[in-house]
Design a protein around this ligand. Structure first.
Ligand code: AMP
Ligand code: GLY
Length: 420
């Protein structure tokens, strides 16, 4: 079977890595891909906003299934576009993509279906937002309504700080948002919970814990994710049951009732408070870097899973996992998440030994004259799995030591809450 993965991050490299292990794989494309995917797939440089060009390439290359990695093309309706042209795609349609693309849409689904989430208000002017702010006090969470690449959320400790952030959003800091969401601050532990869904059923697809803050001990501004581990230690049978019954199943039925059964990956960002799950956000795709840790422990054939989804037969498949724990550490370019160094050469990468338990997934990299250069904020994902999380982290840190890159930095403490 011939497949194409859309995207250029560590998530897409990890998906390609796993697909590459399938005996059923014929051709694999990655559009546009990076210096890591080019070793196992054919990279084709096309802008992900150019649906026509993507479609033409898929036809020419006889691609049978397309997997969409990032949220932007999903929110812009790539799934509708390709399905109208009879291409099989893994991902939700434009309507369902609002679960991530519009926080007010997501909050509305929660309200109508009694899905536990933080109390909130949606505002399009400062005066009304201020009234809510005065009533609720700080700390308070200020969010841009639309997509903001992980940068649209601020946890504000004071009234004045919140006012500045609200103003920034209403003044158009994020082009995708003219509305601001104010949310009650939920205290607890975060958990990333994944499911895969087709028109008829859904399957659990792993859990992970992300580390969003840039600094060690979870300090500093939010990022797209500095590292993750899987499975999440917090998740037990009882909590799993609550997440399914109170959050996942009501959401999937709501989408079905709205005439848009959810298809593809659904990633619930949850806060667990006193053993109760609250939905913080939905993502309509795999997490990055959570996908990287999951692809290391997934035992089942990913290509077969995708094939079953496109036939709406996911229910016939039992997804299997290795009994291992995995961790990924994100190597970033200095400056990230603000302005960061670009086009800097990363040396000695090839001296890191990679195997079934140890991988380096590329994110923001490119190859020139047989050398690897950085081009993104999050550049490489050093990933290992082992019987224990502590051993897995030791392996990652050892592998990181071998990489020669003065312009990079990373968090040494990924998993600090659970690794003693
Ligand atoms: P989001 O983009 O909505 O996932 O928010 C990014 C991060 O901000 C989350 O992963 C949480 O760490 C934090 N966050 C968002 N909403 C809340 C909330 N209501 N209470 C506490 N923390 C939150
Ligand atoms: N790691 C967070 C995300 O993928 O949204």
């Amino acid at each position: 079977m011939n497949l194409a993965v859309l995207g250029s991050g560590g998530r897409e490299h990890a998906i390609c890595y796993k697909l590459h292990q399938s005996k059923k794989l014929g051709k694999l494309l990655c559009i546009p891909g990076n210096a890591g995917t080019e070793k196992i797939a054919e990279n084709i440089k096309i802008d992900l906003g150019n649906f026509e060009e993507i479609y033409k390439t898929i036809k020419t290359k006889n691609i049978e299934i397309v997997i969409v990695g990032p949220e932007q093309p999903l929110v812009e309706g790539i799934v509708d576009f390709l399905r109208q042209r009879s291409v099989k795609v893994i991902g939700p349609d434009k309507f369902s993509s609002q679960l991530e693309g519009s926080k007010s849409f997501m909050k509305n689904i929660c309200k109508k279906n009694n899905i536990p989430t933080a109390n909130y208000g949606v505002f399009d002017n400062l005066n009304k937002a201020e009234i809510f702010l005065k009533k609720n006090g700080a700390p308070i969470v200020v969010k841009a309504d639309g997509l903001a690449a992980g940068k649209g959320v601020s946890i504000c400790e004071s009234f004045d700080e919140a006012k500045i952030k609200i103003k920034e959003i209403l003044d158009g800091k994020f082009k995708s948002s003219n509305k601001v969401i104010l949310e009650e601050f939920l205290e607890g532990e975060e958990l990333s919970y994944f499911v895969l869904s087709d028109k008829n059923s859904y399957s659990f697809f792993g859990s992970a814990q992300d580390h969003k803050r840039v600094g060690e001990g979870d300090k500093g501004p939010n990022t797209g994710g500095m590292g993750a581990y899987s499975p999440a230690k917090m998740l037990n049978k009882n909590l799993d049951e609550k997440i399914r019954k109170k959050i996942i199943e009501p959401t999937l039925s709501a989408m079905k009732n709205l005439g848009h059964p959810y298809e593809g990956f659904l990633y619930a960002g949850l806060m667990i408070k006193n053993s109760e799950p609250y939905l913080i956000e939905y993502n309509i795709r795999m997490g990055d870097p959570e996908c990287q840790v999951l692809m290391m422990t997934l035992k089942s054939d990913l290509l077969e899973i995708f094939d079953y989804i496109t036939k709406n037969k996911l229910n016939d498949l039992k997804i299997q996992w290795y009994e291992k724990e995995s961790i990924t550490i994100v190597l970033c370019a200095k400056g990230y998440p603000e302005t960061y160094i670009k086009d800097s050469e990363i040396k000695n990468l090839s001296s890191v030994i990679t195997d079934h338990d140890n991988q380096i997934f590329h994110a923001g990299t490119y190859r020139k004259n047989n050398k690897i250069f950085s081009k993104g904020g999050r550049v490489l994902n050093i990933t290992s799995c082992a019987k224990s999380l502590s051993d897995a982290r030791k392996r990652c840190l050892k592998n990181l030591k071998q990489i020669d890159w003065d312009d990079g930095f990373f968090r040494k403490d990924i998993g600090w809450r659970v690794i003693k």
